[in-house]
Design a protein around this ligand. Structure first.
Ligand code: 5AD
Ligand code: SF4
Length: 468
């Protein structure tokens, strides 16, 4: 059930408290922050305009790559000065660093009043209330049990400051079962738990009613959505529960675009690729992380797909939509990666012609299998490989963007520039950012744009038809 109005705890004699949330890391964290904000609003907290006027500051942290804890500690050092001036200030650390470090983090940083892992977001209001009732520091970590996850009284998350309301995220799955050897996510977010399809549809409907036109369904491994529900008998087996979910959500009439991330090639099926042909709302873009172009490295990463199988999935997609745009994630310098392995990654990027890549230097994460591998690659080599890969991708992206000049593209507009309200930003079906100038309100509109110019980061265009 989505609940807009759970029980409030209002104290009329107290001025409204204000909350400020800082969000680091992935889209999942953005979705979690929006939920925390909504939960606190139900407790009559208001959004603080700045951290200086906040009564509660929440750091929603990310643990995926290097110096995660270090970044949190240095931010806490600055917040301690704020707390010295305002002893009533409550400081909460949420997210994956909170889960991974737990009580130890609280001991090292006594400025933290409340610590909660990503599986305990629902408990935020009671943790805050207990802290305010002088019940001492509050800690809630650990993973949600399936039953708990099902019983969650979902609230409609609120957009964070500066986030547009046209494009919203809906979390459809917690955790991950894959245990890729480099990845900390199964340790910080636990095993996969899928949300019931009805709850997801209710949430999408609520967003659409409030003006959203694009929804991105989020999970660490969305392609395996619902497999746990099939196992428990809550869903009947079919072409795949994720395929079924996409079909159902896409039927919502006002929804213009439906996206999903992140896909794992291992669980990516042909029926899912074919869906891009069947449902135009899915657009012509997908993010499909490959991580490496070397089979040897993919095996040690436990990705469970070969490079050939990755190409097979790209072929399914191109078969469904010939001009499909694909982006990917890549890690350079995974333990044992030789020049030859890296060359294979380089060649894959050259051949695949991705629209863009997210490329990372490998960072050992405590608790993961790869952190214990002995043949770690030295930093100089990693930096060199990363730079080579990024330079290659920059050339590809520029070439692709320049080829857009002269084309007419369907663009959904998300928001206006704060400096110049006549400047609007949107995305093509291929997920390329577009900027136009218009005297009309373009927010939430999907229209044809004639592309006039391009650079590495965006396209520039003009409306084909001013009469929208
Ligand atoms: N080191 C470097 N990159 C990582 N990623 C995940 N874990 C690590 C790590 N230990 C990257 C992967 C993943 C993306 C979200 O972050 O490429 O797809
Ligand atoms: Fe991490 Fe692999 Fe799960 Fe993605 S699929 S969250 S990389 S373990």
């Amino acid at each position: 059930m989505i609940s807009m109005e759970p029980q409030k705890s209002v104290n009329p004699s107290r001025p409204p408290a204000r909350v400020h949330i800082e969000t680091w890391g992935c889209q999942m964290n953005v979705a979690d922050s929006e939920r925390m904000l909504a939960l606190m609003k139900l407790q009559d907290f208001q959004l603080a305009e700045s951290e200086q006027e906040a009564d509660l500051i929440i750091l929603n942290t990310c643990h995926i790559r290097e110096k995660a804890k270090h970044k949190v500690m240095s931010r806490l050092g600055i917040l301690r000065q704020l707390k010295d001036k305002n002893p009533g200030l409550m400081i909460a650390v949420a997210g994956c660093v909170a889960q991974a470090e737990g009580r130890k983090l609280m001991e090292e940083a006594p400025v933290i009043d409340i610590l909660l892992g990503p599986g305990k977001i629902q408990e935020l209001p009671s943790l805050v209330a207990d802290f305010r009732r002088n019940r001492g520091k509050q800690i809630a970590t650990g993973f949600m049990k399936t039953a708990e996850a099902k019983a969650i009284d979902f609230v409609i998350p609120l957009p964070l400051e500066g986030k547009n309301e046209v494009s919203r995220y809906v979390n459809i799955q917690q955790g991950c079962n894959n245990f890729c050897t480099f990845c900390v996510v199964p340790f910080t977010r636990g095993r996969e738990i899928s949300s019931p399809a009805d709850t997801i549809k209710e949430q999408v409907n609520a967003y659409v009613a409030s003006g959203a036109r694009e929804i991105t369904l989020l999970g660490q491994n969305v392609n395996s959505y619902g497999l746990d529900l099939v196992e428990t008998g809550a869903l009947a087996p079919s072409e795949g529960p994720f395929v079924d979910l996409l079909r159902e959500v896409a039927e919502i009439p006002e929804l213009r675009r439906l996206r999903f991330t992140s896909s794992n090639p291992h669980d990516f099926t042909k029926p899912l690729a074919d869906l891009f042909k069947e449902i135009p709302k899915l657009g012509k873009y997908i993010h499909l992380p490959v991580q490496s172009g070397s089979d040897r490295i993919l095996t040690v990463m436990k990705r469970k797909v070969t490079v050939a199988e990755y190409w097979e999935r790209l072929a399914w997609l191109k078969n469904a939509v010939p001009d499909m745009a694909v982006s990917t994630d890549l890690i350079v310098g995974f333990p044992g990666e030789t020049d030859d392995d890296f060359q294979k990654t380089y060649e894959l990027v050259e051949k695949a012609q991705f629209t863009f890549i997210y490329s990372f230097k490998y960072s050992p994460r405590k608790g993961t299998a790869a952190a214990r591998f002995r043949d770690q690659v030295d930093e100089t080599n990693m930096v060199k490989r990363l730079a080579a890969l990024n330079a290659l991708q920059d050339r590809i992206t520029i070439k692709q963007n320049e080829a857009e000049i002269g084309q007419t593209r369907r663009v959904l507009f998300h928001y206006a520039s704060q400096k110049d309200p006549q400047v609007y930003y949107g995305k093509t079906e291929h997920f390329r950012p577009v900027r136009i100038k218009s005297g009309r309100d373009m927010i939430g509109k999907e229209v044809d744009v004639h592309i006039l110019d391009a650079n590495k980061t965006a396209l520039e265009g003009t409306l084909v038809c001013e009469a929208v």
